[in-house]
Design a protein. Structure first.
Ligand SMILES: O=C(O)Cc1cc(O)ccc1O
Ligand SMILES: [Fe+2]
Length: 432
C-alpha cells in the first residue's frame, strides 16, 4: 500500500475549524470583520449552510481577499455543451441496466469545463436534494478561466492523469486513487499536463460528511485525520479571468478584471479537501456472508429520512476475502437505492469483463443485477482460502432516488447495448 504522508501545504482533519494565511497578518485577530483590515484585504463570509443551521451542521468560512467577489459584470449564458442538471427531463427515465465504455479522451484541445459530460442524476438543485453525475475527459489546463458550482458541492474522483485543483482556498494535487471535494461556490481551475479523466458527483443535498460508525466504534473506515485541506494560497494577477458557474442547471460566464483566486488567508470549517482512498481502513467479514456495501462508505450526504442517503460515496478497495462457505462476490440483488458505479483502476470482482477503468454502470431502483456469469462460475468453484483482492478501486454513488440518464448517456456510442447478456446464460436451479 502506498499512501501519501501528510503533505506540507495541507492541514489534516475532517470538518475542522482551520486558520491559514499565505501572508502574515491576513487573518484579523479577535474578530471576523474589523473596521479596517490592516492589509486592506476584503472580508467575505462564504456560507455553505444556512446562517441558522445547528452548530453541528453549520459550515462557513471567512475569506480575506485582494478584491471583493462582488466586483464583476453580469453573467451571460455560456455554451452548455454536454452539461445537464436536475430536474433530469431530457429523456424518459429508464429501468434498464446500463454500462458504458470509458469516456474517450478528447481529440481537440479541451479543458476540464469543456470536457464535462453529464450521464444523469436525480432531484433538483432548487429543491436542495439529489445529485448530478458527470464524467470529464480533458487534455489541457484551464487558462485564465475558473469555475464554480452554485448548484452543489463537487465530489471529484480522478481516474487518469495527475490533476491539480487550484482553488480560492488553496491548491490540491490529486492522482487516481485520491478524491477531492470542492464546496458549493468555491472557485477553482483544473491544471494538467496531458490527458486526464475522472468522475464528478455534484451533490445538491446536505454536505458530505464521514458516516457514523455505530457498533464499529470510534475508529475505522475513513479516519478524520486522513482528510487534507490546503493551506491558503493566492495569485495576484491583474489580467482578465473568465469565471464560469453552474447555476440553476445552466452554465453562465462573466469576466473578472483580475484572478478571483486572490484569497490571502481564510479561517473556518467550509473548505475543499482531498482524501487518499489507500488510507481507508476497510472492514469486512471474518466469518461468513458478504456484507452490505455500506460497510465501505467513505462519505455520506444524508437525507431527511434516517439512514437513507441522498448520496453515499462507497469504494471497493483492495481487501482480504476470508469468508467461509460463502459466495464471496456481490450477490444478486434488487435495491431500493440506485447505484451508479465507476472503476478507477483494476478489475471489479462482480464483473469478469466489460467494466473497464474509466467506464461506468447504472443499476437503477429495483433493477436486478449482480455477478456476471463468468464471475459466478468462478466463485461457486473457488477454493475458499484467504484471497487478497489487489490493485483495484471501484466506487459507487448510491442514491435514494432513481437516477435518470441524459439523452447523451442513453444514445452514446460508448453505451454497451448488449449489457443484459452478462446475465442470460444461468442454469435453472435443481429442485428434483
Ligand atoms: O452492484 C454492485 O456491484 C455494488 C454492490 C457491491 C456489493 O458488494 C454489494 C452490493 C452492491 O450493490
Ligand atoms: Fe448493486
Amino acid at each position: 500500500m502506498t499512501t501519501r504522508a501528510n503533505a506540507p501545504g495541507y492541514l489534516p482533519g475532517f470538518g475542522n475549524h482551520f486558520s491559514t494565511e499565505a501572508v502574515e497578518g491576513a487573518l484579523p485577530e479577535g474578530r471576523n470583520s474589523p473596521q479596517r483590515h490592516r492589509l486592506g484585504l476584503y472580508a467575505e463570509q462564504l456560507s455553505g449552510t444556512a446562517f441558522t443551521a445547528p452548530r453541528s451542521e453549520n459550515r462557513r468560512s471567512w475569506l480575506y481577499r485582494l478584491r471583493p467577489s462582488a466586483q464583476h459584470p453580469a453573467y451571460q449564458p455560456f455554451a452548455q455543451g454536454k452539461v445537464r442538471s436536475g430536474p433530469f427531463v431530457d429523456a424518459p427515465p429508464s429501468p434498464n441496466r446500463m454500462r458504458w465504455d470509458p469516456l474517450p479522451m478528447p481529440s481537440e484541445p479541451t479543458d476540464w469545463v469543456e470536457g464535462l459530460v453529464t450521464y444523469g442524476g436525480n432531484g433538483d438543485p432548487d429543491a436542495a436534494g439529489g445529485i448530478g453525475i458527470h464524467l470529464y475527459a480533458a487534455n489541457r489546463s484551464m487558462i485564465d478561466r475558473v469555475f464554480y458550482c452554485a448548484d452543489g458541492e463537487l465530489l471529484i474522483v480522478p481516474q487518469a492523469g495527475q490533476q491539480v485543483f487550484v482553488t480560492e482556498m488553496g491548491r490540491l494535487d490529486a492522482r487516481p486513487g485520491e478524491i477531492v471535494v470542492i464546496p458549493r461556490g468555491v472557485r477553482f481551475r483544473v491544471e494538467c499536463e496531458g490527458e486526464i479523466r475522472g468522475y464528478v458527483c455534484e451533490n445538491y443535498g446536505a454536505i458530505f460528511r464521514i458516516p457514523d460508525l455505530g457498533p464499529i466504534g470510534a475508529n475505522g473506515l475513513a479516519n478524520p485525520r486522513d482528510f487534507e485541506t490546503p493551506t491558503a494560497w493566492f495569485e495576484d494577477l491583474d489580467r482578465p479571468t473568465e469565471c464560469v458557474q453552474k447555476f440553476g442547471g445552466r452554465l453562465w460566464t462573466t469576466t473578472f478584471a483580475h484572478s478571483p483566486l486572490d484569497v490571502v488567508g481564510w479561517h473556518g470549517n467550509l473548505a475543499p479537501y482531498r482524501y487518499d482512498t489507500a488510507k481507508f481502513n476497510t472492514m469486512g467479514t471474518v466469518s461468513f456472508d458478504h456484507p452490505d456495501p455500506s460497510i465501505f462508505t467513505v462519505l455520506t450526504s444524508p437525507s431527511e429520512t434516517a439512514g437513507t442517503a441522498n448520496c453515499d460515496f462507497v469504494i471497493f478497495p483492495p481487501r482480504w476475502m476470508v469468508a467461509e462457505d460463502t459466495f464471496r462476490p456481490p450477490w444478486f440483488h434488487r435495491n431500493v437505492m440506485s447505484e451508479f458505479m465507476g472503476l478507477v483502476f483494476g478489475e471489479y470482482d462482480a464483473k469478469e469483463g466489460g467494466f473497464a477503468p474509466g467506464g461506468a454502470s447504472l443499476h437503477n431502483c429495483m433493477s436486478g443485477h449482480g455477478p456476471d456469469q463468468a464471475s459466478y462460475d468462478k466463485a461457486v468453484k473457488a477454493d475458499l482460502k484467504p484471497v487478497k483482492i489487489e490493485n483495484t478501486l471501484a466506487f459507487m454513488f448510491e442514491s435514494r432516488m432513481p437516477i435518470r440518464t441524459t439523452e447523451w448517456a442513453q444514445t452514446s456510442p460508448t453505451m454497451q447495448l448488449d449489457y443484459d447478456d452478462v446475465w442470460t446464460g444461468f442454469e435453472k436451479g435443481r429442485i428434483g
